[in-house]
Ligand binder design. Structure first.
Ligand code: NAP
Length: 305
C-alpha cells in the first residue's frame, strides 16, 4: 500500500490538512477539479497557509481525477453535495482496500460514497477546526478545534493514524463517530436555518428561544428514534450553550446564503426530515422549518437540495 495522501479538494479544510501533512514530511498529492483549475494552481506554484498572520507556502504536487496511478489513501475535502460525483470520477483509480477519509459536514454524503466504492474502507470525520479561503490557493487557519474519526463498520484504528499526530492535526479515533455526527447535525438544524430565516447572527436567536426549544425537542425525539440516545441527551441545553458561546458569530449556512453560495442543507436539515419520514414520525416544527428554508433559498435563486 502506498503511503501517499491524496487530497481531493484544495479548499479550506483540504488545504489545511494538505499543508500540515506536507510540512511533516508526508507524501501529499492534491486532486483538483479539472485541467483548468490544475493550470491555475500550477501558475500559483502551490498552496499558502496563513497561521497567526504568518503565510507559509507549500509546493504540493497536484493532478486531476483523470491522471493515472492508483489511490490508496484519500482525504475527501469537498462539500457534501460534491463528494459522490467527485468519487464517481475517481473510482477506477481506487485500489482494493483503499482508505477514504470523509470530512463532510452532516450525514448522507458518507453513505452515498460508501455505496459507490464497496471495495474501499470509508472513514467518517467530524471536524470543529475552522479555516476559510482568502483567495484561490490561499487559506487562513481561523479556529483551533478537533477532529474525530471513526468507521461505523469497523472499529480498528487505521495504521496511518499517527501521521495525523505527527502533522500536528488534533485527532482522536472513536467508535461512536455516528453519535458525534448526529449531535453536530442536530445542533446545526436547531441553529443555522433560523439564522437565515431571521437574518441574524447566532446571538439573535436569543429573541426566538421558544422556537429554538421546540426544534430541540423534536430533534431529540428524532435522535432517540434513530438509535442515537446519547446524541439526544440534554440537546436543548447544549443548543442554548452554543448560541451563547457563539453569539457574535454568523453560522456557516448564513454565510453561504449571504455570499450566494450553495448550502449543504440537503445533508443537514434535509437529512433530518428524510430520517423522520422514514421512521413515520410527524415533527411539525422541523418540517415547517424545512419548508420555510427551502422557500427562502428558492427565492434567492439558490439550490434547495
Ligand atoms: P471549500 O472551501 O468550498 O472547498 C471545497 C473544495 O472542493 C473546493 O476547492 C472545490 O474546488 C473542491 N472540489 C469540489 N468538487 C471537486 C472535484 N470534483 N474534484 C476536486 N475538487 C473538488 O469547502 P470547505 O469549507 O473546506 O468544506 C469542506 C467540508 O468540510 C464541508 O462539508 C464543510 O461543511 C466541512 N467543514 C468545513 C469547515 C471549515 O472551517 N471550512 C469546518 C468544519 C467542517 P474549487 O476550488 O475548484 O471550487
Amino acid at each position: 500500500m502506498s503511503s501517499t495522501w491524496h487530497i481531493l479538494g484544495a479548499g479550506s479544510l483540504g488545504s489545511l490538512w494538505a499543508c500540515r501533512l506536507a510540512r511533516a514530511g508526508k507524501a501529499v498529492r492534491l486532486i483538483l477539479r479539472d485541467g483548468q483549475r490544475l493550470q491555475a494552481y500550477q501558475q500559483a506554484g502551490g498552496l499558502t497557509l496563513v497561521e497567526q498572520d504568518q503565510p507559509t507556502h507549500y509546493a504540493i504536487p497536484a493532478e486531476t481525477a483523470e491522471s493515472s496511478g492508483p489511490v490508496h489513501r484519500l482525504l475527501v475535502a469537498c462539500k457534501a453535495y460534491d463528494a459522490a460525483p467527485a468519487i464517481d470520477r475517481l473510482a477506477a483509480r481506487l485500489a482494493d482496500g483503499a482508505e477514504i477519509v470523509l470530512l463532510q459536514n452532516g450525514l448522507g454524503s458518507q453513505d452515498e460514497v460508501a455505496d459507490q466504492v464497496p471495495h474501499a474502507r470509508c472513514i467518517f470525520a467530524s471536524s470543529t477546526e475552522g479555516a476559510f479561503r482568502e483567495d484561490d490557493w490561499r487559506v487562513r487557519f481561523a479556529g483551533h478545534g478537533f477532529n474525530w474519526l471513526g468507521d461505523p463498520a469497523n472499529p480498528a484504528i487505521p495504521e496511518w493514524f499517527d501521521d495525523l499526530h505527527e502533522a500536528g492535526i488534533p485527532a482522536e479515533w472513536t467508535v461512536d463517530i455516528l453519535t458525534r455526527l448526529w449531535r453536530k447535525l442536530a445542533l446545526n438544524c436547531a441553529i443555522n436555518p433560523l439564522t437565515v430565516l431571521h437574518d441574524c447572527h447566532n446571538g439573535g436567536l436569543l429573541a426566538h428561544l421558544s422556537e429554538v426549544d421546540g426544534l430541540s425537542n423534536e430533534l431529540a425525539q428524532l435522535l432517540q428514534r434513530c438509535g442515537q440516545p446519547e446524541a439526544a441527551q440534554n440537546l436543548d441545553e447544549e443548543v442554548q450553550r452554543v448560541i451563547l458561546a457563539t453569539s457574535a458569530n454568523y453560522s456557516s449556512m448564513y454565510q453561504d446564503v449571504r455570499a450566494g453560495r450553495r448550502t449543504e442543507v440537503h445533508y443537514l436539515l434535509g437529512h433530518a426530515c428524510r430520517a423522520a419520514a422514514r421512521h413515520g414520525m410527524v415533527l411539525p416544527q422541523l418540517e415547517r422549518l424545512h419548508r420555510r428554508l427551502v422557500d427562502n433559498l428558492r427565492a434567492r435563486g439558490l439550490p434547495c437540495a
